[in-house]
Design a protein around this ligand. Structure first.
Ligand SMILES: [Zn+2]
Length: 658
């Protein structure tokens, strides 16, 4: 007697993508309770099963839904926002500031829904995500009917959904507790990357993942710079370092792994970690090309991901498979590298294993969930079809087919798209809502880009305080006179509170609009009595234009904003796009002195570049009011005279007038 089942799919070229790459011309799939009951010849299945419903697939390809092993789904709403930038400028300068301003649960819900619509249309039935407010990603994915590993992001600095790392860890725990056991969603934790986390965060995340037996999703070894910094800071590359932090105690999904060697790949394999290869994102951000052929040779579970739609800029796994196959050949100088069938395996069965869902999805096999798609290979760009070589259909799919050839999509036994019509998402509604968000982000960035100060604040930790100062500068023939005068005055008129000696490297950024002020990137090397470097720091200072005209030779009320410089001058150059720059290298002796009841800084500078050997005196004091500034301007002139110097109004910040 025939076994009852919910649905029988017939008349399809079934590609199971199982270990043996079994395929069935005129094949079928029997489905019950969202599970694949049997796969085989349609005629046999029709004899064995009595379905509630039979669907004729019209001779199309029936295969597993694609697995997007790494993405940030809500970032569809940031697609095309800032392109052709370096990773750090793109991430720290644009993505993170905009995210801090805009990312709220409703943003995440809308962005994920847009992503789900795009993924369903392009044949993806499962994705591995990493973002903020991950519960909203989970809700939107479940509502669209897609399967997803949803990983709550954890960072060492404040994020859109948490003020601190402790907050975000608590959030991740709560999220995992509430979603664990869901039929479509696997909750997970995502320490963003080693360079945006601390050792403590990595360990805490691994512990959390282990406690609940959920995956841990992280970006690893994405750029050469990251590996270089890891070697410098920890004395080893990224993979061994995170291993040392016990990261691989957890079931890791490692995005990228572009800059890894064979030993590191073996470490990943032995740890049971999966890799998500993101060829488009790696190319677009100039990160390099991951050694994919080597990954497969060594036996790591490597899937394919699109990465977020802000760095791709789409979620099209067909493009991604094709690019993965072509790149492996191009960089390896070997056309046999990553054949089409292997690329498709990475996007299906191997990808499912990479995200630790290999038991339930990734191939059409009895016992797995019914996550499948049909593909029309009769479009002009796909014809003709050869059958002599069993692999031709895989190359047809990878090299010729397009995501628009996807006709039907089912996940967990539920149809999400039939005949190219979406069944779970109202596309017109999300298009309108997404346009509305884009308008708001455009307005926000337009305003920000007009102000150097706003841009400085946007990259975080900036603008610690605004202060005003009075200052005066003088040219010196040599430092000797001032040094002798200071020594003499110290006995009676002045008290030296502190003395410091630096070697300073300054990069000044000038802007076409002078009202924006002058931005200085300064590296200070602190020198001891024997001129050895004992410490170093880097700071950014934005000096506003004078609020009032020079008061005699003393500058009144000039605002200064300070910020620690966490990035390189190159980062700031690309981010602030100055009209011109000037570099100054000098030796600076600095004294903090008390004189006539006020405190002053006395600087004696000897330039190494430009104007090697030129010597200057600068005396300045912080001030808080006009009255205070006027009082100090009289005293400052007196002090200058005592030091044997005459004020010179022609010397500007950065010695630009010289
Ligand atoms: Zn990513």
């Amino acid at each position: 007697m025939a076994t009852p089942c919910d649905l029988l799919l017939t008349n399809a070229l079934v590609l199971t993508m199982d270990e043996r790459f079994s395929s069935h011309a005129n094949g079928g799939v029997a489905i019950g309770d969202g599970e694949i009951l049997a796969v085989g010849s349609a005629t046999d299945l029709a004899r064995e099963y009595s379905p509630n419903e039979t669907v004729d697939c019209g001779g199309r390809v029936l295969m597993p839904g694609l697995i997007n092993a790494h993405t940030h789904a809500p970032m569809t709403l940031l697609r095309g926002l800032a392109d052709d930038l370096r990773l750090d400028v793109w991430l720290m300068g644009y993505m993170m500031p905009v995210e801090r301003e805009f990312v709220r649960p409703d943003f995440v819900t809308l962005g994920t829904t847009v992503a789900c619509a795009e993924m369903i249309r392009s044949g993806t039935t499962c994705f591995s995500d990493m973002y903020y407010f991950e519960e909203s990603v989970a809700e939107a994915a479940a509502s669209a009917g897609l399967r997803a590993v949803c990983a709550q992001t954890i960072l060492k600095f404040p994020s859109p959904d948490a003020r601190s790392f402790e907050d975000s860890l608590a959030r991740a725990r709560d999220f995992i507790e509430r979603w664990k056991g869901h039929s479509l969603i696997v909750p997970a934790v995502a320490p963003h990357a080693p360079y945006t986390c601390t050792e403590e965060i990595l360990r805490a995340c691994a512990d959390l993942a282990n406690e609940f037996g959920v995956p841990l999703h992280i970006h690893l070894a994405e750029t050469a710079l990251e590996v270089e910094q890891s070697r410098r800071d920890h004395g080893m590359p990224v993979i061994p370092w995170v291993k040392k932090q016990r990261l691989f105690d957890a079931r890791v999904i490692a995005a990228h792994c572009v800059h890894v060697d064979e030993g590191e790949l073996r470490t990943l394999r032995d740890a049971g970690a999966g890799i998500a290869h993101n060829p488009t994102s790696n190319l677009k951000l100039g990160s390099g090309v991951a050694p994919v052929a080597k990954m497969l040779e060594i036996g790591v579970n490597a899937g394919i991901g699109t990465d977020g739609p802000a760095s791709n800029n789409d979620l099209d796994m067909f493009e991604e498979m094709r690019l993965a196959a072509l790149l492996a050949k191009g960089v390896g100088g070997d056309p046999t590298a990553l054949p089409a069938r292997d690329a498709l395996t990475m996007a299906t069965r191997l990808g499912a294993r990479a995200i630790h869902l290999g038991e339930i999805t990734g191939s059409l096999e009895p016992g797995k969930r019914a996550d499948l798609i049909t593909l029309d290979l009769d479009a002009t760009h796909n014809i003709p079809r050869f059958t002599r070589d069993a692999n031709s259909v895989y190359s047809q799919i990878v090299y010729a087919a397009k995501s628009t050839d996807v006709v039907d999509v089912m996940c967990d036994g539920r149809w999400l798209m039939r005949g190219r019509a979406l069944l779970t998402i109202d596309e017109a509604k999300i298009h309108a809502e997404a346009s509305d968000v884009a308008r708001k982000i455009d307005a926000f960035l337009t305003t920000r880009e007009q102000s150097v100060l706003q841009k400085l604040i946007a990259i975080g930790g900036a603008a610690e305080q605004e202060s005003f100062e009075v200052q005066v500068k003088a040219r010196l023939a040599s430092p000797d006179g001032v040094l002798a005068a200071l020594h003499k005055l110290e006995k009676n008129e002045i008290t030296i509170i502190r003395a410091v000696h630096y070697h300073q490297f300054d990069t000044y950024f000038f802007f076409a609009d002078r009202s924006q002020g002058l931005l200085r990137y300064r590296e200070d090397e602190f020198l001891d009595e024997r001129n050895n470097v004992v410490n170093a720091r880097a700071r950014l200072t934005l000096t506003g234009p004078s609020r009032e005209a020079a008061f005699g030779s003393v500058l009144l009320f000039r605002s200064r904003f300070f910020a620690p410089a966490a990035h390189s001058p190159r980062f700031y150059r690309e981010y602030f796009k100055p009209a011109r720059e000037r570099e100054v290298e000098k030796d600076r002796r600095r004294w903090l002195v008390a004189f006539r009841g006020a405190q002053f800084y006395v600087h004696v500078d000897q330039l190494a570049h430009p104007h090697k050997g030129a010597c200057f005196l600068e005396v300045k004091s912080r001030t808080w009011s006009r009255r205070d500034a006027e009082d100090k301007s009289a005293i400052i002139n007196e002090l200058l005279t005592l030091l044997g110097a005459r004020p010179d109004e022609a010397i500007d910040e950065g010695y630009v007038e010289l």
